[in-house]
Structure formats: C-alpha cells, structure tokens
Write a protein that binds this ligand. Structure first.
Ligand code: UT7
Length: 330
C-alpha cells in the first residue's frame, strides 16, 4: 500500500498588491523587486478573511476533485505560520468546523515555508501504516497579518493564499508519493523569526511598540543557506532514488525568490519549461506556496496522472524538505 496525492486545490484572494503599490509605501522600485526576486505582484486577503477562510476555499476544491465525500476524511492537518489564533483552537480545527467535518483528528504543524512537504511526509506515514485512509492537507497563510509594511526587506516578498490536497491510498507505485526528505537546523532560527507574542516575549505594549510581532528576516543570509541546502538536498533525493533529473516531469520549487529557484534549476540542468513558476504573481505564500504552484500547473493542464513531480522547499527554523511525488489525481 502506498500513499498517493489524489487531488489538489488552491485559493488566492482577489486583491492584488503590485510592486507599483509598494513603491508608494516603502523606498523601493518595481525594477529592484523584479530583478532581485522575480515578483511582480502578490495577493492580500481582505480584513474579513482569516487564514482558515482561505484554507476552506482550497480544501473544498481538493475534496471535490478527489471525488470523495467530506465524511470520508479521517485526518486534517494544516501547515501555517499565520494561524487564526496564536495558540488555540488550531486553524485545522477551525477549518474542520467550517467544513462541518466533525469527530476526526485535526491539528496544525509549524514548519514555516516547509510546512506542506513536512505534512506530506506525515500523511505518507499515516496512510502507509494503515492508520488513516483520506487525509486533508492544507497549507494556508494570511501572512500579510504578520508583515511590517514599513520594512522593505520583508513586505515586498510575501503574499496570502492557500493550497490543499487529499492524500489517499493506492496499490499502484506509478501514482505514489515515492520519497520525502525533511530536515531542520535550529542554529539558524534567529535569521528568520517572528520574535514577539510567544512565551519568550509575551504580547505587551512594549512588544508591539518594538514591532516584535512581525516577521524579521536577514534576507541575504537566508538566501545563501537556501541555495546551498536546496541544491544538495535535491541532488541527494534524486541519487537515493536512482532517478535522473531528466526523468522528472515537473520541478515544483517553493516560490520564495526566482533567483533561488534558478540557482537550483541551473545546477540540476532542469529545462525551464519543466519548472513551475508562480512567484511573479503570488510572491512567497509560505506553506501555501507549493500546493498553489501544483494547482496552477494542474489547472493549466500540465500535470497528468503518473507524472513525476520534484518538490523542494526551504523556510524559517531553518527547515527544508524535498519530495518525489507521482501525481495520483485525475
Ligand atoms: O521562504 C523563506 C525563505 N526566505 C527566502 O528565501 C528569502 C531569501 N532572501 C531573499 O530573497 C533576498 O535576500 C532578498 C530579496 C530579501 C534581498 O535581496 P538581496 O539581493 O539579498 O539584497 P540585500 O539584502 O543584499 O541588499 C542589497 C541592497 C542593500 O542596499 P546597500 O546596502 O547595497 O546600499 C539593501 O538595503 O538592496 C537594498 N534593499 C532594497 N532596495 C530596494 C533591500 N531591500 C530593498 C528593497 N528595495 N525592497
């Protein structure tokens, strides 16, 4: 019995924040942002939308495309760094409530931008052990709620959105999640951090005055580690599975920065046509980034059942992960 990615869905809020809008907010330019990141615009959720609302929209699509009834779902996991509530209830529980899927295990994971691939490895284990049959995974972010829109080092990068997938079982290895590598190195935690409003610096007027509730990033340091780590990790997973880069149908990287994607792609000699790119229109949507990219390629008709996808991702923690996944959907 293998675990299989049976369906994909995504949701992007309608409001667009372009580089030109950002030019009016901070000392930056469309030219600088596009040249250094490849981003042209990103989506921003409305004041009425919480992370769970984005997740629900993505989940509904994934459930419909999987051709299952919501009552068949027996586990819900949500990866997010911008949960509806700081501690409880989890965003997975809020989503379960909104979808009216009751009496199933539901919880969040915290692995920043690597969240989707991290929970994919958990879903693989749950399915292959026979413990669960149909798992709903949601990567959802209202990351705009964590951004200081006076900090040009972060506000140009991130956007809101959600992606979801149904993971089920298959006996056919040609439709299976083949392998996942997920790892972390906590020594780099301070380079990408939201310092405030946790137990270390509880929410207080001082915490808010010092803007500790927002994402802080030493971008250039993150960039250097990301390129090196991702390149090594992708080479490693291909070698361990005896798969040549030419056998990969779709390279679907985390959409943080076009230059990071390009460095890994060039090193592995993946053709650009096989690389899925959404960074220009969504920016970095953290845990939603990879499922949103898979969904875009799926809706464009690029991904067919049995196609081999190579996923890679890197984020705060630091966390990183890569996966070899044969698409199991219709
Ligand atoms: O998903 C989680 C993982 N996160 C990432 O992967 C993000 C990784 N980091 C990055 O994508 C890049 O480091 C950034 C896009 C954040 C920054 O690009 P960079 O090429 O690393 O720029 P830098 O930080 O080295 O800064 C170069 C210059 C500096 O000016 P000086 O000191 O050379 O005069 C910055 O002050 O660019 C300046 N700068 C800007 N200029 C215009 C930094 N941000 C901006 C900006 N607009 N938004």
């Amino acid at each position: 019995m293998y675990a299989s990615l049976k369906s994909i869905g995504a949701y992007a809020p309608s409001r667009i924040l372009s580089n030109f809008h950002l030019e009016e907010m901070v000392e930056t330019s469309d030219e600088w942002i596009e040249k250094r990141t490849g981003i042209k615009e990103r989506r921003i959720a409305s004041a009425e939308e919480a992370t769970s609302d984005l997740g629900v929209q993505a989940a509904l699509k994934a459930i419909e495309r999987a051709g299952i009834a919501k009552e068949e779902i027996d586990l819900i996991i949500c990866a997010t760094l911008s949960p509806d509530y700081l501690c409880m209830p989890s965003t997975a529980c809020v989503i379960a409530g909104k979808l009216d899927i009751n009496n199933v295990m539901a919880f969040d994971i915290s692995a920043a931008c690597s969240g989707f691939v991290y929970m994919l490895s958990m879903a693989k284990a749950f399915i292959e052990s026979g413990m669960k049959k149909n798992i709903l995974l949601i990567g959802a972010e209202k990351i705009s709620s964590m951004i200081d829109y006076t900090d040009r080092g972060t506000c140009i990068l991130f956007g809101d959105g959600a992606g979801a997938a149904i993971i089920g079982a298959t006996e056919n290895k040609n439709e299976a999640i083949l392998d996942i590598h997920a790892s972390a190195d906590g020594r780099y935690g301070d380079l990408l951090i939201t310092p405030g409003c946790g137990s270390k610096y509880p929410c207080s007027q001082e915490t808010l005055d010092n803007k500790l509730n927002y994402i802080k990033m030493q971008g250039n340091e993150v960039y250097k580690v990301a390129v090196k780590t991702l390149t090594n990790d992708v080479i490693d997973i291909l070698e361990k599975n005896n798969i040549d880069a030419s056998q990969v149908d779709h390279f679907i990287p985390h959409q943080a920065n076009f230059r990071i994607i390009e460095a890994v792609r060039a090193k592995l000699n993946f053709p650009i046509e096989k690389t899925v790119l959404t960074v220009a229109k969504y920016g970095n949507t953290s845990a939603a980034s990879i499922p949103m990219a898979i969904n875009d390629a799926y809706e464009e008709g690029r991904i067919k059942k049995g196609d081999l996808m190579l996923l890679d991702t890197f984020g705060g923690g630091f966390t990183w992960a890569s996966a070899l996944v044969r698409f199991g959907g219709q």
